[in-house]
Design a protein around this ligand. Structure first.
Ligand code: DX5
Ligand code: ZN
Length: 214
C-alpha cells in the first residue's frame, strides 16, 4: 500500500490549519525543517510542529535539513513528531548514531535521508536499525523543482538492500513527485511519496492524492 505524504512547505503558512485539513485524505504529513546552513533556505521549526501536533492526528513525518541534527531530536520528538529523518551528510557518523539513539530513547520512528550525490551504499551501516530511508530526487532546499530521474537506480538498489536486511523499512521519495513521476518511483520500489506542489497546486486536492497513490 502506497502512502502519500503532502509537504506543508507548499501550504499557505498563514492558513496552515486550513491547508492541513485539505490534505486529510492523505496518510502522513511531511514537515520540512531548514536551518539556512545545511540548505540555503530557512523554513519552520519546533513551535510550528508543536502547533500542528495539537491540530491534527495525522502521522507527522519530520524531515530535518539541519546541521548536526542530534542537537534537536529531543525537541522535535517532544513537539510531537512521529518520525524524524536526518541527512547522512549533516554530521559525521558518531553524530548520526547519536541522533538515532535519541530517537530511540524518545520512541519516535527513525529515518535517514540521502542527498542526490550520496550513494545507496551509504545507508547500509544504519539500515538494520531504522524505520525509513528517504531518497531525495531534488537538491533539498526548495519545493517545486524538477524530478531527478538519475535517482531511480538508487531507489531500486535501496529496495534490494531492504528486501535483504530490513523488509519492514519504508522507502520514501521526496522532490518533484507528480502524476508523471509517481508511477516511476513506485515501480522502482518506493512506498511513501512526498509531494508538495503536485498536491497543493492541484485544483482538486483529494483527486490528486488519490491519483498519486496509483
Ligand atoms: C525539498 C523538500 C520537499 C519539498 C517537495 O527540500 O524536502 O519536501 O517540499 O516539494 P515538491 O513536491 O514541490 O518537489
Ligand atoms: Zn522534505
Amino acid at each position: 500500500m502506497i502512502k502519500i505524504a503532502p509537504s506543508i512547505l507548499s501550504a499557505d503558512f498563514a492558513n496552515l490549519g486550513r491547508d492541513i485539513q485539505r490534505v486529510g485524505s492523505a496518510d502522513w504529513l511531511h514537515v520540512d525543517v531548514m536551518d539556512g546552513m545545511f540548505v540555503s533556505n530557512i523554513s519552520i521549526g519546533v513551535p510550528v510542529v508543536k502547533s500542528v501536533r495539537k491540530f491534527t492526528d495525522m502521522f507527522l513525518d519530520v524531515h530535518l535539513m539541519i546541521e548536526k541534527p542530534a542537537r534537536y531530536i529531543s525537541a522535535f520528538a517532544d513537539a510531537g513528531a512521529d518520525l524524524i529523518s536526518v541527512h547522512l551528510e549533516a554530521d559525521m557518523p558518531p553524530g548520526i548514531r547519536e541522533a538515532l539513539r535519541l530517537m530511540e530513547e524518545k520512541k519516535v520512528k527513525r529515518g535517514i535521508v540521502l542527498r542526490p550525490i550520496t550513494s545507496a551504499e551509504a545507508v547500509l551501516p544504519y539500515l538494520e536499525e531504522i524505520d525509513l530511508v528517504l531518497v531525495m530526487t531534488v537538491e533539498p532546499g526548495f519545493g517545486g523543482q524538477s524530478f531527478m530521474a538519475d535517482q531511480l537506480p538508487k531507489i531500486r538498489a535501496i529496495r534490494r538492500y531492504m528486501d535483504q536486511y530490513n523488509p519492514q523499512c519504508h522507502l520514501e521519495v521526496d522532490g518533484g513527485v507528480d502524476l508523471v513521476t509517481a508511477p516511476r518511483v513506485i515501480e522502482a520500489g518506493a512506498n511513501v511519496l512526498v509531494a508538495g506542489s503536485a498536491i497543493y497546486g492541484a485544483t482538486d486536492i483529494e483527486a490528486a492524492i488519490k491519483s498519486l497513490r496509483g
